[in-house]
Design a binder for this molecule. Structure first.
Ligand SMILES: Cc1cc2nc3c(=O)[nH]c(=O)nc-3n(C[C@H](O)[C@H](O)[C@H](O)COP(=O)(O)OP(=O)(O)OC[C@H]3O[C@@H](n4cnc5c(N)ncnc54)[C@H](O)[C@@H]3O)c2cc1C
Length: 338
């Protein structure tokens, strides 16, 4: 029997996890709109410096995710990260905030893990899906530049739920569930200096400020020598800035940085601002994934029940768990039988 042809939309951790699990039992095609893989496991390069401006680290609380990471820990693609963490607040004494579970990062950058996973999967890049169409017994995908690819027996969507809603067909049984999903935004400010001021910490969790998180680039494994800082805003503050222009957002965050450090900062050599629309889940679905066996459509990602508040919200591990659970369910279907 020919292998089922499966299109997986999205080459973030969820898409790459499903693809890795199915690849020996299906003809897998990964379709990704960006120039590279990783999704929100993201790295921005600018000249000699780079910034991991999306996910900052991941933890592995489940056996399945620990097992998945193990070979990459052995090869150094994933490395433990043990920064000195302080809590900072204007007018308050800083205090240490130790981490009590291992935290991991990709090395030399966050995209290292998705790149390693994608190496055997040959994703189709710069292919932005705009619609999914049923023709006869098969599915076809249409792109933003009027291209078409197919035929597929199954479509698995792994983008943030609001994006899937834009192109998945109304007959998909998970449509109502996806409509419930809400995300919160976040601004990432990337700063490069000739020389950073001397600081006695690597990561600061910030209180009572538009800034939530500051990390010194050179504190991460394999990024020594980078005179960079990455700031993440709070989700609430980012949400309030919907009508503020980027110049003002950048100025406010840079002023907040000086306030927190209680010192003027040198003019940065580089200052880049990015807005993440899907940084944290405010509301998730009830199920670990959405599977519609009648229509041969499925969806998974960091908006599933694995990301509910009890589990710590949208996280790399939650996206993995959703994808892993979906892959197990798909592989149990007769058409994916070995
Ligand atoms: C600022 C920020 C900080 C974070 N910090 C952490 C952290 O410290 N720890 C942690 O565990 N998690 C963190 N997260 C969350 C974590 O990054 C996500 O939960 C996880 O990466 C989601 O993976 P995913 O595969 O579900 O989605 P994504 O990574 O978003 O992957 C979806 C993919 O689909 C692609 N796509 C979308 N639309 C289309 C289309 N139309 N056609 C083709 N392709 C498409 C996208 O380009 C993307 O590559 C953070 C996220 C952000 C934004």
């Amino acid at each position: 029997m020919p292998l089922p042809r499966v299109a997986i939309i999205g080459a973030g951790i969820a898409g790459l996890t499903v693809a890795s699990a199915l690849r020996n039992r299906a003809e897998v095609s990964i379709i990704e709109k960006s120039r590279g893989v990783g999704g929100r496991l993201a790295t921005r390069r600018a000249g000699d410096v780079s910034f991991d401006h999306g996910a900052q680290f991941f933890t592995a609380r489940s056996k399945a995710f620990s097992n998945f990471l193990q070979p990459w820990l052995e090869t150094g693609v994933v490395q433990p990260w043990n920064p000195r963490v302080l809590t900072l607040e204007v007018g308050a004494k800083p205090y240490r905030r130790d981490w009590f579970e291992p935290h991991y990062v990709g090395a030399p950058s966050m995209t290292a893990l998705p790149k390693a996973l994608a190496a055997v999967l040959a994703p189709k890049l710069q292919w932005e899906v705009t619609s999914v169409e049923r023709m006869g017994d098969h599915w076809w995908l249409h792109s933003i530049d009027s291209k078409k690819t197919g035929p597929f027996d199954w479509i698995v969507a792994t983008a943030p739920a609001p994006q899937i809603l834009q192109w998945f067909p109304p007959q998909f049984s998970g449509m109502d569930a996806l409509q419930q999903v809400r995300y919160a935004p976040c601004f990432a400010l990337m700063l490069a200096y000739t020389q950073l001021p001397e600081l006695h910490w690597d990561v600061a969790r910030v209180k009572s400020s538009p800034i939530d998180w500051i990390v010194r680039g050179n504190s991460r494994p394999d990024q020594h020598g980078q005179q960079t800082m990455l700031l993440h805003s709070t989700h609430t503050w980012a949400h309030e800035q919907q009508n503020t222009n980027f110049d003002n957002i950048e100025l406010t965050l840079r002023q907040a940085l000086e306030d927190i450090l209680n010192q003027p900062m040198p003019a940065p050599l580089l200052s880049l601002l990015h807005r993440w629309s899907y940084a944290a889940t405010v509301q998730t679905t009830q199920l670990p994934f959405e599977l519609d066996a009648v229509n041969s459509l499925a969806a998974c990602g960091d908006w599933s029940a694995f990301s509910n508040a009890d589990n710590g919200g949208a996280r790399v591990e939650a996206a993995f768990s959703s994808a892993n659970a979906l892959a197990e369910q798909l592989l149990a279907l007769p058409e994916f039988a070995a």
